[in-house]
Structures are given as C-alpha cells and as structure tokens.
Design a protein around this ligand. Structure first.
Ligand code: BG6
Length: 298
C-alpha cells in the first residue's frame, strides 16, 4: 500500500506519495508532477534547484501541463487562436498556474492512482473538460484526457512538458527519432529537417518532431541508465534544452542547470493539433520507466 501525505512546496498544496521505493510529489496547482524518484538513484524528473512554488506561477521543472495551446500562442494554428477571446495569452496555455480539483485517490495492488480535473476555464475559451490521471506502480503513468463539451469542433494543442534529469546533457543521447521530420525552431519555423541517427546535444536545442514513435529513450552514460518513454496519442515530440545563453535568461533556472536536464515533451502541436467533434475526447498517455544501461530495452 502507498503512503499519501499532504505537504507544501512553497505556497503550493501538494501530495507526497510513496510506494515501495518510488516517491512522487504532485502539486494541485496545474496538476503538476514536481518530482519523481526511485530509491537512492538520482531523480528521474528534474526540478530546478532554484524553482519556487508560487501561487499562479508554473514551477520550473517537473511535468507542467500545457493546454489548450502549446508554446507561443501566435505560433499556434489559426483555428486555435480564433477560439480564444481573451487578451492575455500566456505561453503554454491556461492551466499550468491554476488549482485543479483532486477527484480521488485509488490505492490497490495494481498501484496508486490520482485523478484531477481542471477547473472550468473562463468564458474566453470554448466548453471543454480536462482530466489528468497519474498512476504510480513500477513505472509512472500519466494520462491527459480532453473532451469537447461544446457544440462546435474544438481545436487544441497540448503537451506534457516533462523535464528529465540527466547526468550531463553533453553525453546524453535520445534514441528513437531516426527518420522523423522536425522543425528546428532555434533557426527557423519553416524549414523541415529529417533526423538521421540518434540525437545528441552540443548547443541550444528546441525542435518539434512530427509523428514520433511510441517509444523514445534517453540514454545516459553518466548515470548509467536509460529513461524509457512510452506514449500513445502523441503526434509530436518537443525536444528542448536551453543551453548556456537561454538558461541565463530563464526564470528560476540556475546558470548551469541546463547540464542536468532535458525536456522531451509528449505533445500534439502545429499540424498535429487535435480537432475534436462535439462530445468527442482524446487521451494523451505517457509511461516513464528507468532501466540500468546494460539492459537492452524490450
Ligand atoms: C518549451 C519550448 O516547450 O518550453 C521552449 O519549446 C520554451 O521554447 C520552454 O523556452 C520553456 O517555456 P516556459 O514558458 O516554461 O519558460
């Protein structure tokens, strides 16, 4: 059975769940995973050492939920922009800084599951329901379910903006993207590229991959581990590391923090945005597991 404790992270009300060797810290604000670790191993999910738990602000690190749009609002498809009537359109949408409702906790032999629902959004956005379910067992499973509650088609972009911890980004690599098309948004939003082989890192990286496979992994020789990501319902993967100069400009980000993190965002963006007919729903799923590097992935 799991141990579940109410706790605080700065100003944020959180739940701390321990199940066997696994530890998960979840904030009700944004239904945001803040940290996830197993045993004495270094954390699997990176939380900035200078992060602050402030009400109304996203915490730097963990797994923020980006919804109903991803990234810079103006870079989203016109159908998404046309649905928003508000004047302030924050980067990554409307739900990462708001308090979600904890619907329930189920603790069984199969693991512990937490269900959250987002509060109704303002009248500036069409009627929609959003749920996040997090299950902890020998892996961490996350499901983000979006439902169109209105009478018109609903267009969305979204991401589970996961920050993973690595020993040294300069030695880490990502397997699984070979052959995928991507945009390198550091250079241009127009030019398509094709990934050849594994992805390694030696500069600021901000790329949107189209149609990634269901399995991606971070191979980390410094921590001698592989973080294996299995997704479903994701038409995009965003790979991000700010490197030196952008790290210096970011909030709540230590100058050398870029060395220990890598975002692989399980997403649906740009031409892979969602279009939900009235009454229809979509689930975006992600499972995270860690293997010692010597083990060949299944
Ligand atoms: C990533 C984007 O998803 O999020 C980056 O690709 C962006 O361009 C990053 O800098 C962080 O965004 P924020 O709003 O959390 O600072």
């Amino acid at each position: 059975m799991a141990s579940i404790q109410e706790t605080q992270y700065g100003e944020l009300a959180c739940l701390e769940i321990t199940l066997g060797e696994a530890k998960l810290l979840m904030a009700r604000q944004g239904a945001q995973v803040l940290s996830y670790s197993r045993g004495e191993e270094p954390p699997i999910i990176w939380l900035s050492p200078t992060a602050q738990g402030r009400a109304g602000r996203s915490v730097r690190g963990g797994i923020p939920v980006c919804w109903p749009w991803f990234g810079i609002f103006e870079r989203n498809p016109k159908q998404i922009q046309g649905q928003y009537l508000g004047t302030d359109a924050p980067q990554h949408g409307l739900v990462r800084g708001v308090e979600w409702h904890l619907e329930g906790i189920e603790d069984s032999d199969a693991g512990v599951t937490l269900g959250f629902t987002a509060p109704p959004l303002s009248a500036d956005w069409p009627a929609a329901a959003l749920e996040l379910r997090v299950r902890l067992d020998d892996r961490l499973h996350i499901e983000l379910r979006s439902e169109n509650r209105g009478a018109q088609p609903l267009y969305l972009s979204q991401a589970l903006h996961s920050y993973y911890q690595v020993g040294d980004i300069r030695q880490a690599r990502v397997e699984g993207l070979d052959g995928c098309h991507y945009l390198n948004t550091v250079a241009s939003w127009d030019e398509q590229h094709r990934q050849s082989g594994q992805l390694t890192f030696n500069a600021e990286t901000d790329r949107i991959y189209r149609d990634p496979p269901e399995r991606l992994s971070i191979v980390d020789p410094v921590l001698a581990r592989r973080i294996l990501l299995t997704s479903a319902g994701a038409g995009s993967a965003v790979l991000w590391n700010p490197w030196v100069d952008k790290a210096a400009r970011l909030s709540d980000f230590p100058a050398d923090g870029w060395q220990q993190m890598l975002c692989i965002e399980t997403a649906n963006v740009l031409e892979r945005r969602l279009a939900l007919a009235p009454g229809r729903s979509h689930s975006l799923r992600l499972a995270i597991e860690v293997q010692p590097l010597a083990v060949i992935s299944r």
